[in-house]
Design a protein around this ligand. Structure first.
Ligand SMILES: *Cc1c(COP(=O)(O)O)cnc(C)c1O
Length: 440
């Protein structure tokens, strides 16, 4: 694909003009340039410019329609009180239900296999409560070594909760020495060799640090072949890469909705449970009244009857004010469609890769190394850049230039051009800024 790119600004403009998803950018609020103390001078200027926002992997931008959607619920609460549960324009009693189908399309699940509830780490724990059932022979949990810390804490505490020592029960898969990302074959070989001691694997679909998209169907099949339960953390995958959870036979999964799914800080998360488990009443769920069959929920009896769907894992009645932004976001994803989004995403990221690969310092040295896999089938939109020198200062300088991207010590800068609201010209501008910094 790279052969088709050219470094001129006019080329970026032409790509934007030909981009069928271009109108979607106008559905979002674009933040202004950062106003941190380091950049206060820019803040004092009379006219501020838009930031160059490449941080949708961390917090997606706010759709303009979100404010009205939240205010509509506040208004219904004000004018109807408790009656809005039935009479609101989006009755609260069933509020999470219309989210089910678009959420299912997004992750490739059947509608009754998904539910919007809680937050991500909470969902991981609730799902592990059902699906991590260690025995003396089979108590290990597999995770990738550079997993997001919350996931590392969650799996270690689950092992300890069941009386196992995390030091021996948690297996952290590491890349080969000198390499940044895991090789699929090494992961498959691991399960072949040691799968019989593994109770659960809980890797992330797309790794937050390296941007590596694991071969989810192959890993799921290899682990299940040895009798392991397979869960995936899709925080960096949902809304970023196409997923087929049901067809891949994934046992369970969870994801947040504030990254690529643009539903706001701390937004309500998603969960998936394969229907063969969701229908199985013998599986223990940590129960609450919202997981009970709605037909008998308000009989208020003591006996729990799980809903035969992912809904059966719900505990509480959902936070309507926090679900409203999820609803808005899913409508946007439904309209744009993951196929079109993925197509643009691959091109946008390949273009960024093309431009960054051209950048060298005066001595012809590449000071920015892309550690994300080069194969576009093994990544989403994010590129992780290992900066050879002065990484922290490079990041601070990017911020001064109005770029919003993030830094992970010791030397990784993550940039995520998202296909919904980023443009080819923004990618071009980012590369210009980096180029200028390394030439000086
Ligand atoms: C962002 C992220 C989290 C955050 O967890 P919350 O419970 O939403 O705070 C957890 N795990 C992964 C892999 C993430 O990328």
């Amino acid at each position: 694909m790279n052969g088709a790119f050219s470094p001129e600004e006019s080329f970026a403009r032409a790509l934007d003009n030909a981009d069928p998803l271009r109108p979607y950018r106008d559905l979002f609020w674009l933040p202004r340039r950062p106003l941190s103390p380091a950049t206060g001078v820019a803040g004092a200027r009379a006219v501020q410019t838009d930031a160059l926002y490449l941080c949708g992997n961390s917090l997606g931008l706010q759709p303009k329609a979100t404010r009205d959607a939240v205010i509509a619920e506040l208004d219904d609460w004000a004018s109807m009180g408790v009656q809005a549960h039935h009479l609101g324009r989006n009755p609260w009693l069933y509020y999470h239900e219309p989210l089910r189908e678009p959420m299912a399309r997004l992750v490739g699940a059947l509608p009754h296999e998904v539910v919007a509830m809680n937050s991500l780490t909470v969902n991981l724990h609730l799902l592990m409560a059902s699906f991590y059932r260690p025995t003396a022979k089979r108590h290990k949990i597999v995770i990738e070594d550079d997993a997001f810390p919350s996931d590392s804490y969650a799996v270690a505490s689950q092992a300890a909760w069941h009386g196992y020592d995390p030091a021996t029960s948690i297996v952290r898969l590491k890349p080969r020495s000198g390499e940044d990302t895991l090789r699929t074959q090494d992961i498959l070989d691991f399960f072949d060799r040691e799968g019989e001691t593994v109770a659960l694997t809980l890797m992330s679909g797309v790794n937050y640090l390296t941007g590596e998209w694991f071969d989810m169907p192959a890993i799921t099949a290899a682990a299940q072949n040895k009798g392991c339960i397979v869960g995936w953390d899709l925080a960096h995958a949902a809304g970023n890469v196409p997923l087929r959870l049901h067809d891949w036979n994934v046992d369970f999964a969870a994801w947040c909705t504030y990254k690529y799914l643009n539903s706001g800080p701390g937004a309500v998360a998603g969960a998936y449970v394969h229907e063969r488990h969701a229908r199985n009443q013998a599986i223990t769920r940590l129960a609450g009244w919202w997981g009970n069959d709605p037909a008998t929920r308000f009989e208020m009896g003591p006996g729990f009857q799980a809903r035969p769907s992912a809904d059966g894992w719900q505990l509480s009645n959902p936070p309507i004010l926090s679900l409203a932004p999820v609803r808005v976001s899913l409508e946007i994803f439904d309209r744009a469609g993951m196929t079109a989004l993925r197509e643009k995403s691959q091109k946008l990221t390949a273009y960024l890769e093309f431009l960054l690969d051209r950048i060298t310092n005066g001595g012809g040295r590449h000071l920015v190394q892309i550690i994300t896999p080069r194969d576009s089938k093994a990544r989403g939109c994010q590129l992780s850049l290992a900066v050879a020198e002065r990484a922290r200062e490079v990041h601070a300088e990017l911020e001064r230039e109005g770029v919003v991207c993030d830094f992970r010590a010791p030397n990784v800068i993550r940039v995520a051009p998202t296909p919904l609201y980023n443009t080819y010209h923004e990618v071009w501008r980012f590369a210009q800024i980096v180029d200028r910094m390394f030439r000086n």
